[in-house]
Design a protein around this ligand. Structure first.
Ligand SMILES: CC(C)(COP(=O)(O)OP(=O)(O)OC[C@H]1O[C@@H](n2cnc3c(N)ncnc32)[C@H](O)[C@@H]1OP(=O)(O)O)[C@@H](O)C(=O)NCCC(=O)NCCS
Length: 168
């Protein structure tokens, strides 16, 4: 059997359709019992598509297995959902692994890339708004739990999440 090649590249605006499908498939796995399903359905509608601004940012990445998109995610200095920037603080953005490629280390590779780049750009702290099921993933990557939060996904749509952070 030939070995798979895993590579990471910067996402581009033309990746929007592929990444929207990947993110929708990934966020569908959040229906694992931890969320209220009607609340989750409304949030999924709003978050299950690639964000054009992130795709154009140069700090949003795709992990490919033999050229096929398996996971995506990135970082910005802007806080999710706003243009607010706090000196030295960076944020993980829109991380998702396709259900066919879970537990192969793709998300960890993306996080490592984000941490390395953010550090090189002067960030001293990385924050993330973790979904409830992703908390153990972030903890395994070294993030500490700050506490529960509610993320505003759109008008009247709040999704419970966990604020986590890692010193760079
Ligand atoms: C969270 C998520 C991105 C992890 O993706 P992944 O590519 O499967 O993660 P990795 O393979 O890089 O995992 C690295 C390590 O994290 C930990 N980990 C990952 N998923 C885990 C889980 N479901 N439960 C417990 N630990 C987990 C493990 O220690 C794992 O190492 P191991 O497989 O050798 O045990 C993925 O489950 C996902 O897309 N979830 C749905 C969307 C979501 O919640 N995104 C996060 C937005 S904040």
């Amino acid at each position: 059997m030939t070995k798979e090649t895993i590579s990471i590249r910067i996402a581009r605006p033309e990746d929007e359709a592929v990444l929207s499908a990947l993110i929708a498939a990934s966020y569908a796995t959040l229906e694992d019992g931890r969320y209220d399903l009607s609340q989750l359905a409304k949030a999924q509608e709003l978050m299950s598509k690639a964000n054009p601004k992130l795709l154009a940012s140069g700090t949003y990445f795709i992990a490919e297995i033999d050229g096929v998109a398996g996971a995506c995610g990135g970082w910005t200095f802007e806080k999710p959902g706003s243009d607010e920037v706090e000196d030295g603080v960076a944020h993980i953005r829109h991380l998702a692994t396709h259900p066919d490629y879970l537990r192969r280390g793709l998300a960890r590779m993306l996080i490592e890339r984000c941490l390395t780049e953010a550090r090189a750009h002067g960030a001293r702290l990385m924050r993330t708004q973790s979904t409830l099921p992703a908390e153990r993933f972030y903890a395994s990557a070294g993030f500490s739990r700050v506490g529960p939060i509610e993320v505003a996904m759109g008008p009247g749509v709040l999704l419970p999440a966990i604020e986590m952070e890692l010193l760079l």
